[in-house]
Ligand binder design. Structure first.
Ligand code: GLV
Length: 396
């Protein structure tokens, strides 16, 4: 077993152990992947201020997200098809999160169903909702999440339609994978993944298959989103969903100050500054660049979280120091899951916690509440000096 010291080590093991189709699914952004790359790269532009001769004893990485205690200001992000990265993947990831003391968010597009995850965990998890044209199905999803004891509904606002990820089209992404010759050749080198998959019955979209009718191909994320997702989702509908749920709501996919204000007005418990991991609008700002303006506009009205590009404890610290109350990891936990199952997710969380803790200490802080913008060195033009064109004049 190689010595694993950072998230990249887990990623390399993950690449070797999981079929290419699912590795590519996780490792893709839309179109040119500019925003996908920027999410990580823009964290690197921020530097940290070293402080010395500060008492570093008695440190803690504990904090809260929407009032829930967290061992580290991190939640596991909703990731579609997690149960294809590793057999029973959502259950394993949820268990690792529970034992570690951070929230797990189950995607609507998961392999293990809401009920399955609830049955195998004790800490209430968060449920991420995609809204469908079939409003009865959306309502049933909300009721299922309630019955499963979910403690928050995470409504995703940036995926009414799917951004194109070239590799998914080329690989013929599906759950379960269709056994074409290239897939079989690839699977021959991923025997551990295959054996574990043969040992589970959870190989389809668990929240969907058996719960809806009239879908042309229930194994295809692309067909499902194109046919079923509600392209007409608007703020009015979001308000109705929030009312129907009645509990804590996190609105995910906010990248613009005006949208953040709207979400705060609606009374969300938190918003997630997110560009969907660079998988939707290619060319959008990275999450960390979009964060400061949103915090300045609504940070006193609503809890602000961030996802996108987090691959280290230093990244978490930078987002928290900027003012985010919490962050989410998607790919970073998927690498661990694909590499080593539940133990790999735990490993990813341990790596991030250790990096966060030591980096916080090097910056002269001992607790998350003490972390503020004072520890950051941010380039003058970090948020970008984007030209304000004003309204376009049209010919009469
Ligand atoms: C779904 O959420 C995706 O980004 O593929």
């Amino acid at each position: 077993m190689p010595v694993i010291t950072n998230i990249d080590d887990l990623k390399e093991l993950y690449r070797r152990r999981v079929p290419k189709m699912f590795y590519d699914y996780a490792e893709s952004g839309s179109w040119t992947e500019q925003t996908f790359r920027d999410n990580e790269r823009d964290f690197d532009l921020i530097r940290l201020r070293q402080r010395v001769a500060v008492d570093m004893s008695g440190r803690s990485t504990a904090s809260t997200m929407i009032g829930e205690e967290v061992a580290l200001p991190v939640a596991l992000a909703p990731v579609g098809l997690t149960g294809m990265q590793c057999a029973d993947g959502e259950i394993k990831a949820a268990r690792a999160a529970e034992k570690f003391g951070v929230p797990f968010t189950l995607s609507t597009m998961s392999i293990c169903s809401i009920e399955d995850v609830a049955e195998h965990t004790t800490r209430p998890f968060w449920f991420q909702l995609y809204t469908m044209k079939d409003t009865d199905f959306t309502s049933r999803l909300i009721e299922r999440a309630r019955a499963a004891g979910c403690s928050a509904l995470v409504i995703t606002l940036d995926l009414q339609i799917l951004g194109q990820r070239h590799k998914d089209l080329k690989n013929g992404l599906s759950a379960p994978p269709k056994l074409t010759l290239p897939v079989m050749l690839d699977l021959a080198t991923k025997w551990r993944w295959g054996l574990e998959m043969l040992g589970t019955k959870r190989r389809q979209f668990g929240n969907i298959v058996g719960h809806v009718k009239g879908v042309s191909d229930t194994s295809s994320l692309m067909a499902w989103t194109a046919e079923q997702f509600d392209p007409a989702l608007d703020w009015g509908k979001v308000a109705k969903l929030m009312e129907q749920w009645g509990g804590k709501v996190i609105l995910k996919g906010i990248l613009d100050v005006e949208d953040a204000k709207k979400a705060a007005e609606l009374g969300a418990d938190a918003i997630v500054v997110s560009n969907h991991g660079g998988r939707q609008l290619d060319g959008a700002l990275s999450s960390i660049r979009a964060l400061p303006a949103i915090l300045d506009a609504v940070g006193d009205k609503v809890e602000v979280h961030l996802d996108g590009g987090i691959r280290s404890g230093q990244d978490i610290l930078k987002a928290v120091a900027m003012g985010a109350q919490g962050t989410y990891i998607g790919r970073a936990f998927v690498y661990g899951l694909g590499a080593m199952g539940e133990a790999g997710v735990t490993k990813a969380l341990e790596i991030l916690q250790r990096e966060f803790d030591l980096t916080m200490a090097f910056c002269g802080r001992r607790r998350v509440e003490e972390v503020d913008r004072d520890i950051l060195l941010v380039p003058e033009d970090f948020e970008g000096r984007w030209k304000d064109w004003g309204p376009r004049k049209r010919r009469a």
